[in-house]
Ligand binder design. Sequence first.
Ligand SMILES: NC(=O)c1ccc[n+]([C@@H]2O[C@H](COP(=O)([O-])OP(=O)(O)OC[C@H]3O[C@@H](n4cnc5c(N)ncnc54)[C@H](O)[C@@H]3O)[C@@H](O)[C@H]2O)c1
Length: 328
Amino acid sequence: MRFLITGGAGYIGSHVAQRLLDTGHDVVILDNLSTGHKDAIPPEAEFYDIDLADGQATAQCVSCGPWDAVMHFAALSLVGVSMERPYEYLRSNAVTSLNLIEACAKYGVKRFVFSSTAALFGGKNLPPVIPDTAPVEPASPYGESKLIVERALKWADRIHGMRSACLRYFNAAGADPEGRLGEDHRPETHLIPLAIDALLGRRSSLKLFGNDYPTKDGTCVRDYIHVTDLADAHIYVVSKLDKESVTYNLGNGKGFSNLEVIEALERVSGKKLPWSWAPRRMGDPASLVADSSRFRADLGWNPLYSDIDSIVETALRWRITHPNGYAS
Ligand SMILES: NC(=O)c1ccc[n+]([C@@H]2O[C@H](COP(=O)([O-])OP(=O)(O)OC[C@H]3O[C@@H](n4cnc5c(N)ncnc54)[C@H](O)[C@@H]3O)[C@@H](O)[C@H]2O)c1
């Protein structure tokens, strides 16, 4: 099959591209390298340096189909920054996605997979494990921008028959088990790479925000899904799109507290990780864990790498072999 991947130079997109290539598919990557890396683009993939904000260039790229599916990862995705620059986030994520969706509809794309997010669930009384049916109530412009795209995709289905899968990821983590790719966000905001840098002495100490949450040890609990399992989920879901559009929560189904992540890193590395307490951050929910049981049941997907030790071990291994991240 032949896939167009936006954001394929980024963390998740590059892992999905690599997994598709490993399983014998053809991949074309569209990315403007704003947060992605040239070195993350698998050498077997065809690459176009295009900004999705440029509707004409986007449409020209999409016109070079046919595509068995388009997978859309490209986005601005820092929740905190979206609170400081709401209109930039709303505009950018909406406009770039609408340019892409419009071009896909014009050139007859039938299957579209979209990186949505757990940030859609920002309401107060959420259950400890969040089902697909939980009420959607974004607590940030970033979450809101993803909801706009989900809704646009509903119209693309109704009007143009383009089926879509909106995959609401929780926390992607870990690195390619073969060590070819890893996580290199700049700035880095994710717990595991920050913790690894503290462990390896590349930052002074890790700050844990809040120790009085109503969780097992008082620290925030998050659902970490290995990026390779997440990549497989994208391949599985394409088959579903022959019949209908779908929306799923995608996570591991298990929550790990910040302290448990630190313990796992210390266990796997045999080293002590320097960390200290800091006050709670505004807007951090105590716990965010996905109920992905419907996805597992519908698609027969079974995560292979998402135990916490495999996640931190693969992430640590890549970070040790790439002390400065990707070179370009
Ligand atoms: N990382 C996570 O845990 C997580 C969780 C939930 C949802 N998501 C979503 O998954 C997607 C991928 O996340 P990631 O962590 O890989 O992010 P990333 O920043 O590593 O990758 C995004 C890629 O998109 C490219 N890009 C951004 N704007 C673009 C534009 N206008 N035109 C062309 N390319 C553009 C960037 O250069 C980068 O290569 C995002 O949509 C994000 O919102 C990520």
